[in-house]
Design a protein around this ligand. Sequence first.
Ligand SMILES: *Cc1c(COP(=O)(O)O)cnc(C)c1O
Length: 437
Amino acid sequence: MLGFMEDIEKKDPAVSNVIKQEHDRIEHGVELIPSENFVSKAVLQALGSVFTNKYSEGYPRKRYYGGQEFVDVVEELAIERCKKLFGCEHVNVQPYSGSPANMAVYLTLLDIGDKFLGFDLNSGGHLTHGSPVNFSGRLFKPVPYNVEKDTELLDMDNVRKLALKEKPKMILSGFTAYPRKLDFKAFQEIAEEVGAYHFSDISHIAGLVAGGAHESPVPFADVVTTTTHKTLRGPRGALIMCKKEDRLKEKYHPDWKKDLAGMIDFNVFPGIQGGPHDHTTAAKAVAFGEALKPEFKQYAKQIVKNAKALAAELMANGIKLVTNGTDNHLMLIDLRPIGLQGKGKELQSALDEAGITVNKNTVPYEPVSPFNPSGLRLGTPAVTTRGMKESEMKVIGKGIATVIKNYEDKGAKEKVRNDILELCKGFPIYPGFDILK
Ligand SMILES: *Cc1c(COP(=O)(O)O)cnc(C)c1O
């Protein structure tokens, strides 16, 4: 790709063809999965660079292999830019992805079997926030907090009551499917009141935080993780930010020989990872550089404006949204009020046929099941990257409502498919780049 396609085309047409087909799929459809985005050409180029060849276990200037003079520079660039972007005291940029980053945090702050509070899965938490099938639920003791049944919002007074009753060692703030803002300061106050760590996972909203469109947990929380590939628009990967010192050292870790930052680093490598993916580190540095530019603030604001416009259009067309709207980049369609309870899977496929990519999702207090859920999750980071604005959100919102109301009608889906094709023509993902070259 991007000038690297010549060899793969000749030597491996099977793989090269599916790369082209995937490119066509994203180019001619609208991508509304809120955890996805399109990275810049510069990020793709760093990912395709010779840094993929290197082994560099350890940290800058403390490695286990030779030949590190340039790897060290690129990792230090990523670290310095990230510190500037989020204003954190310490950062580890090596985690392979969000799940291993979270694992390193659990292994640092908790002992096996320790109790923690996390957002209930059905209400918007992530697998790594205490699901029974995930390491977080298998090795530790999760106590879920939930949104209120009537408002579908988090009530911080009830989170506080639960924390006072359960006395957890850690409180996790973060989500994958909550359409409103989180009050990180309130989470911190509760954590301090009950003597617990505050671990914040901003994987979904890191780009909004970096761009000033959502409050940051970094000034408060003991540890903050994020993926780098969602709203932050970097390569697949993650990072861990933390305070240098352990606020609760006396209470929980009197015999630690390192500070909190040192323990986080130790639990990433050698705790759970081997050699860092240096090509990804290079791409993270590029993405952080992009996020530091003034244009990124505009981007983050536009993501939220687009989400609000899309939400308004859906509601104007009779579609119910969880909490009746959004304050961030994502929204959840509630299919129950229009008699489509448990039809999330069918509607995801119907929208796929119309060139609109979303994912089926549970709604709070899901009445059916996670496999046949009663909701759809959608968001605006990727369409905003393409340059789409409020007026395009209207076209998309109308299309979604039409498909939902006529999901078994082939003609209706085809008509929306054509409107989407027409819309996408004006917003190439990589302008001026010919996939056939
Ligand atoms: C996406 C996500 C993760 C996991 O990231 P992976 O890179 O898929 O492992 C963790 N936490 C939250 C809140 C997420 O949204």
